[in-house]
Design a protein around this ligand. Structure first.
Ligand SMILES: C[C@@]1(CC(=O)O)c2cc3[nH]c(cc4nc(cc5[nH]c(cc(n2)[C@H]1CCC(=O)O)[C@@](C)(CC(=O)O)[C@@H]5CCC(=O)O)C(CC(=O)O)=C4CCC(=O)O)c(CCC(=O)O)c3CC(=O)O
Ligand SMILES: NC(=O)C1=CN([C@@H]2O[C@H](COP(=O)(O)OP(=O)(O)OC[C@H]3O[C@@H](n4cnc5c(N)ncnc54)[C@H](O)[C@@H]3O)[C@@H](O)[C@H]2O)C=CC1
Length: 224
């Protein structure tokens, strides 16, 4: 079994080719559209949803069988036709051009697999069973969706703001780490969400010091 390396890719404006126009191609294309990728679907037929996305100009559709030249200039390829032999050939053609490929019918033979995903604003939680199949990751993501509800949609932007303030007001790296740790407890996050603004830097840092003090002793690296 491969030891897959997890990462988040920036695909905005980058060409991603999806071969096939069935339910699997639709799910892959849908995930790509959320990133702002330039999605090209190559398939003689499309699901009604894919057809709708094509009509609305959300993606490009080439209405014929796959050709290697469809890969020209692509950042990623998804071989999601119902023909395993063709999927394999397309993945090989992609490899020959240095383009990472996903193989829908045999994930482990591809260069990457797609995890189950939960997005809460900028917070991205993923789970994968390293190609063993989606059932367990999908169950776990369902559990995470309950634990990390829609409240979390705002938390990443809040963290971004707080981190900017802490970086510009606190010089000591150990104290910064302690303050940022104290800023992301559920209790603290609820406080920031309820606050009308966070741009009073002195007030914010004072409050973070208070919160961090409460957990002092559990973090000996905090020298304040
Ligand atoms: C290896 C991987 C390759 C890849 O696609 O990247 C792969 C492969 C295969 N999936 C198969 C079947 C199904 N896949 C789904 C759904 C999802 N599959 C996804 C990922 C992955 N699927 C990759 C790694 C997963 C990991 O191990 O972590 C998800 C998470 C992400 C996504 O696709 O966007 C998405 C969940 C989205 C969500 O609900 O959140 C459903 C459910 C449904 O369709 O409703 C079924 C039917 C039920 C079943 O069989 O379990 C088959 C058998 C095909 C056959 O029997 O012919 C293969 C082939 C094989 O076994 O290799
Ligand atoms: N990775 C995953 O998450 C999953 C993978 N699968 C696998 O993925 C494959 C596709 O599944 P579905 O989308 O449900 O199949 P589907 O039968 O609904 O769709 C297949 C699509 O491939 C297109 N196609 C056929 N020949 C083509 C060619 N030469 N060039 C371009 N497109 C072509 C068809 O027009 C059709 O749109 C299945 O064979 C299955 O093994 C199935 C379920 C989940």
């Amino acid at each position: 079994m491969a030891n897959w390396y997890p990462l988040l890719l920036k695909l905005e404006g980058r060409k991603c080719v999806v071969f096939g126009g069935g339910a699997v191609a639709q799910r892959k294309a849908g995930g790509l559209l959320e990133t702002g990728a330039d999605v090209l679907v190559v398939s003689p037929r499309l699901t009604p949803e894919l057809l709708e996305w094509s009509r609305r100009g959300r993606l490009r559709w080439t209405a014929r069988e796959a050709e290697e030249s469809d890969l020209d200039g692509a950042a990623l390829a998804f071989a999601a036709t119902d023909r395993p032999d063709l999927n394999r050939r397309l993945a090989e053609a992609a490899a020959g051009r240095g383009i990472p490929a996903n193989v829908a019918d045999d994930g482990e033979s591809g260069d990457f697999i797609v995890p189950a995903v939960l997005r809460r604003g900028g917070l991205v939680l993923t789970a994968s069973a390293s190609g063993a199949g989606p059932a367990l990751p999908v169950r776990i993501i369902g559990e995470l969706a309950e634990r990390y509800g829609h409240d979390y949609n705002e938390n990443v932007e809040i963290l971004r703001t707080i981190r900017r303030i802490v970086k510009s007001s606190v010089a000591d790296p150990a104290e910064r780490r302690a303050l940022l740790g104290a800023a992301v407890t559920d209790e603290a996050l609820a406080e920031w969400r309820a606050a009308s603004r966070l741009d009073d830097a002195d007030g914010l840092v004072a409050r973070l010091r208070q919160l961090a003090k409460r957990t002092e002793g559990t973090d000996t690296s905090c020298g304040t």
